[in-house]
Design a protein around this ligand. Structure first.
Ligand SMILES: [Zn+2]
Length: 713
């Protein structure tokens, strides 16, 4: 990424109909926070905005379920979000909400501008309508079977199982979520964004970064899975997308637009504009100019999101921004994949989740422990997994045994030998190096090595590779531990006090560096280390940049004679009992059932000729009567209508179907099978059934409404 004058970072607006879980945190918030804190520490002009997404059908549905008003629902979750983000250390510069008047005005201004420019297509279409509720059924007001994966609980806007974006008319067997009734189709008018007309420039911009003869971003630094998803959408052909809805909760279509009555902005039109209104509010509070962050080519706009929002941030929102004309487009959208929990997909509805606010209540003071475990497993390039055992191991083996242990030992020794003062030492004094216990090392060369490692950590952060960056942090701590381990000051203090001074001075420089380097990942720990060292808390205004300058010139971070504080343990062990409690808590939930393994199909029978097949006469038919056959558990006596005649057929389906349930069924009948007597009843043919590996049966038939007696071939 080229150097920009300023950076604007957004995190996906959380939807205000339920609390935050660790999957949310891993997707759009922790990654952004690490990045923003890093850039602040480098002295960058950076603004970090977010807010609650408070509109759309899912809010009103949640309100109905809880017997509250939509406003009460969004107030409740907005307050919870704000508090939870602050408790876990997500350092937004502005956390706004889309129910604020400022946001309504901002998104209406957008809509009006696009309308006046003639960007929208007005189209009448037939949409599902719930006659009982007297309402059109957009998005989450309608459910049905996903045409792509067969999930029976797909919503009108998206199938959460396979991630497909849907429209209500795509659903098979749609049902209103308001009344549970089958909806009817009714005509309504909406404003559509003609995404199909933007396809050419969108493709060029995504694939090459170029637009209007300028290079706006470098696709080589975009994540492959993000580019891949965009390309697959583009290859599939973009369709015009309605930017309005028939709803009663949301941002009104501006009143000066003809036909506005009863229409609200589509939530995916209004939500991303929430980034703009949040920036406006930040600018008002801080007496800044918001336009610099949205309308100047020298700003890098970066959207942090989860992979389910890629299409909205990489295609639809850029299309809206460009249709408006005054806005910049994102230079990168470093979307994360999903984090699973204990081997299963996180599910809000089934309570298979670690809720962030509950974690903070259950394990008070362990904010950084969660941040650490999440960053270690961040789903940056592929889905990842959070396990409580993994969390415990990361804490006990890495944070306690490595980082806390190093800092504690240095603090204890410096207090014991030098009365808590950074010791002066002889620059030419050598000691045992950390790489090889038989090699000599010197203070100045080790400081340069610390510079190199810090530099490497920064490079990973710039590339959104937060896992690797955090790993470098721990490697630096490991190196500090090795310096102590090989030199054993507690043994050599008497015989070689001059070498111990050099070693402990160096280790104190390591601790000072860790206070700054740990800041993006472990902000609470960073504060604690700064307190230990008797240094002011970091304001995140260029301190890392300054540190790198000092180290590159071989200057120590702590001056000799600087008085440090008393040692404390930064992290403590987490015992099995605590972990078991959390696992037990999950056990009370029901995880999403993973699809069972594919059934093994029986082997194919020997080949037959077409002539063999031609001999079979298979017809459509309808069961018009059915009864049990005495003393035959498996058999039903069926009367079939073939249109031109009626037949009696004995069929072995009694263990699967009751006589009442099959009357009226369409079936396929092998009509020229030689008659055969079964339990005294002559069967004049055989109906065709599909059988699965468990021995379950299913009728095979033509579509409903098909005439009887027709040939199946
Ligand atoms: Zn699906």
């Amino acid at each position: 990424m080229r150097e920009f004058k300023r950076i604007l970072v957004t995190s996906a607006l959380p939807y205000a109909n339920g609390p935050l879980h660790i999957g949310h945190l891993a997707g759009a918030y922790l990654s952004a926070d690490v990045y923003v804190r890093f850039q602040r520490l480098m002295g960058k002009d950076i603004v970090f905005v977010c807010g609650s997404d408070e509109h759309g059908a899912a809010i009103t549905i949640k309100a109905m379920k809880e017997g509250l008003s939509p406003q009460q629902i969004v107030d409740k979750y907005h307050a919870l979000f704000e508090k939870t983000f602050s408790r876990i250390g997500i350092s937004f510069d502005m956390y706004h909400r889309t129910s604020e008047p400022l946001h309504h005005e901002t998104s209406q201004e957008f809509f009006r501008k696009l309308y006046k420019k003639g960007e929208f297509q007005e189209k009448e279409s037939e949409q599902y309508f719930d006659e009982e509720a007297g309402q059109f059924l957009a998005d989450r007001y309608i459910m049905g079977t996903c045409p792509k994966c067969g999930n029976g609980e797909a919503y009108g806007d998206q199938c959460e199982k396979c991630g497909s974006s849907l429209s209500p008319t795509d659903l098979i067997n749609p049902v209103s979520t308001l009344s549970g009734k089958k909806p009817v189709l009714k005509t309504t008018k909406h404003w559509y964004l003609p995404l199909d007309q933007y396809e050419t420039w969108l493709r060029k911009w995504i694939e090459t970064g170029e637009l209007d003869g300028k290079v706006l971003h470098d696709p080589d630094v975009w994540k492959n899975h993000v580019l891949g998803q965009c390309k697959s959408w583009l290859d599939g052909g973009l369709q015009p997308r309605a930017m309005t809805r028939d709803l009663d909760w949301g941002v009104d279509v501006p009143r000066d637009i003809k036909g506005h009555e009863g229409k609200k902005l589509y939530v995916w039109m209004d939500a991303p504009i929430g980034y703009i209104s949040s920036t406006k509010q930040w600018a008002i509070n801080n007496k800044k100019n918001w336009k610099k962050y949205w309308q100047d080519d020298e700003t890098a706009l970066i959207h942090f999101i989860g992979k389910d929002n890629i299409v909205f941030h990489c295609l639809i929102f850029p299309a809206i921004l460009r249709a408006h004309g005054d806005y910049i487009l994102p230079v990168n959208v470093p979307a994360n994949q999903f984090m699973n929990l204990e081997g299963k997909k996180i599910s809000t509805s089934r309570n298979w989740a670690v809720w962030v606010h509950e974690y903070l209540d259950d394990l008070p003071g362990r904010e950084d422990e969660l941040r650490y475990a999440m960053i270690k497993n961040m789903p940056e390039l592929k889905d990842s997994e959070f396990t409580w055992k993994g969390y415990q191991d990361a804490n006990n083996n890495e944070l306690v045994n490595n980082l806390a242990n190093f800092v504690n030992r240095v603090m204890v020794l410096a207090n014991k030998y030098y009365d808590g003062k950074v010791p002066a030492f002889d620059e030419d004094m050598d000691f045992i190096g950390p790489d090889d216990q038989y090699e000599a090392a010197f203070h100045d060369s080790e400081l340069l090595r610390l510079f190199d490692d810090s530099h490497e950590l920064c490079d990973f952060l710039r590339k959104f590779d937060f896992r690797s960056a955090q790993k470098v942090l721990m490697d630096i701590s490991t190196r500090g531990n090795q310096i102590l381990q090989f030199n054993e000051p507690w043994k050599t203090i008497k015989e070689n006090p001059e070498a111990v001074k050099a070693v402990l001075n160096l280790c104190l420089q390591y601790v000072a560096a860790m206070a700054i380097l740990s800041r993006p990942f472990l902000p609470f720990t960073s504060d604690k280390i700064r307190t230990l060292l008797n240094l002011p808390h970091l304001e995140e205004k260029g301190e890392l940049n300054k540190m790198l300058d000092q180290l590159s010139e071989g200057k120590p971070l702590l001056k000799k004679g600087h008085k440090i504080g008393e040692p404390i343990h930064l992290f403590t062990r987490i015992d099995d009992e605590t972990i078991q409690k959390q696992i037990d808590k999950l056990a009370g939930s029901s995880p999403v059932e993973e699809p069972s393994e594919k059934p093994v199909a029986p082997e194919l029978k020997p080949e037959v000729t077409y002539d063999d097949f031609q001999k079979l006469d298979i017809r459509t038919a309808t069961i018009i009567a059915a009864e049990k056959i005495e003393k035959a558990d498996k058999l039903l006596k069926l009367t079939l209508d073939l249109g031109f005649e009626q037949r009696t057929v004995v069929s072995g389906i009694a263990e699967h179907y009751s006589p009442e349930s099959v009357v009226g069924r369409k079936v396929s009948l092998l009509a020229n099978l030689a008659p055969r007597k079964m339990r005294g009843v002559e069967s004049q043919g055989m109906i065709l059934m599909a059988e699965n590996g468990d021995g379950k049966l299913s009728f095979v038939s033509a579509e409903d409404g098909w005439a009887d007696g027709q040939v199946i071939k």
